[in-house]
Design a protein around this ligand. Structure first.
Ligand code: DO4
Ligand code: MG
Length: 282
């Protein structure tokens, strides 16, 4: 089942039917057993027509986030470890990425408050003071207030590789700025955990030309999703749950940097496709 947040109504798409959900997105998603709870609610939900639902999604779609914080994990795939080591090799900091890849404790960092998050078909930004910028396609978890993974969405962890590579202490500036996080187009709620053969696919278009196209599968991640969630919840409470980006394994070649107006498409399994256009602050 898929849950969509729009400025007109929150929607449930289940078995080719569309239903109107409560307007309180936090209450809709932060449940103990989201899949079963929604199945139980369906008989009481208002059915809406496919045309109305499609109109809402086409014209009024929002990122599928309420009042939650967005966190991110890093260096969860070998490909990311290698990329981080390459970008920081001149600074002598490369070793810290090797260490964190092997350590018991994962890298977890704060990524965004909800008001900075872009949704599907909205603009993401690159920093004006950065020379090397990439999107990072990441499976993103919705974890409820009890620390249990309830749903999945697509995340784009927009990053400055030049700032990150200059000094690992600059990570917050490389990762956190207006519209550096994108989530959408919806939340997928599954009865079982998302399968390891789930494909994560990213394309980048410039002036209609395909500049980059690559994919991976979730099975290449070194850590389990539950492990990442449990570290995040060790010493923090999230009363409305939280979102956790789980790291990237798809990295454009080192001579690639994003340009203004590039279009980034990320597709993950059967969640959907998240599309964003790249902008620079005027
Ligand atoms: O260590 C820097 C961040 C890495 C990251 O964002 C990722 O691996 O996805
Ligand atoms: Mg990342």
């Amino acid at each position: 089942m898929h849950l969509y947040k729009t400025s007109k109504a929150n929607l449930l798409h289940y078995k080719s039917n569309w239903y109107r959900l409560s307007n309180d997105w936090d209450a809709v998603i932060n449940q103990s057993n989201l899949y079963q709870d929604i199945i139980g609610e369906i008989p009481a939900l208002e059915i809406i027509s496919r045309a109305e639902a499609e109109n809402y999604i086409e014209n009024y779609l929002l990122p599928p986030i309420g009042s939650q914080e967005v966190w991110a994990a890093g260096v969860t795939y070998l490909r990311s470890r290698d990329a981080r080591m390459e970008e920081s090799e001149d600074t002598g900091a490369a070793d810290c990425y090797q260490r964190v890849y092997e350590a018991e404790r994962p890298e977890l960092f704060f990524k965004s408050l909800p008001h900075r998050v872009a949704g599907h078909k909205q603009e993401v930004r690159i920093r004006k003071d950065s020379t090397w910028n990439v999107p990072e396609p990441e499976l993103t978890l919705f974890i409820n207030d009890e620390g249990n993974i309830q749903a999945y969405t697509i995340g784009n962890d927009m990053s400055s590789r030049s700032i990150e590579g200059e000094n690992p202490l600059y990570l917050p500036q490389a990762k956190m700025y207006e519209r550096s996080a994108s989530l959408g187009p919806c939340l997928q709620v599954l009865e079982q955990a998302i399968p390891p053969d789930t494909v994560i696919h990213m394309t980048i278009f410039r002036g209609g030309q395909r500049m980059f196209d690559d994919s991976t599968t979730l099975s290449r991640m070194k850590r389990s999703l539950k492990e990442l969630a449990s570290f995040l919840f060790r010493e923090m409470d999230f009363p409305q749950g939280c979102f956790l980006m789980t790291g990237t394994c798809v990295v454009p070649p080192n001579d690639f940097t994003l340009h203004e107006n590039d279009v980034v498409n990320i597709t993950i399994g059967s969640i959907g496709t998240l599309t964003n256009t790249v902008t620079v602050k005027k």
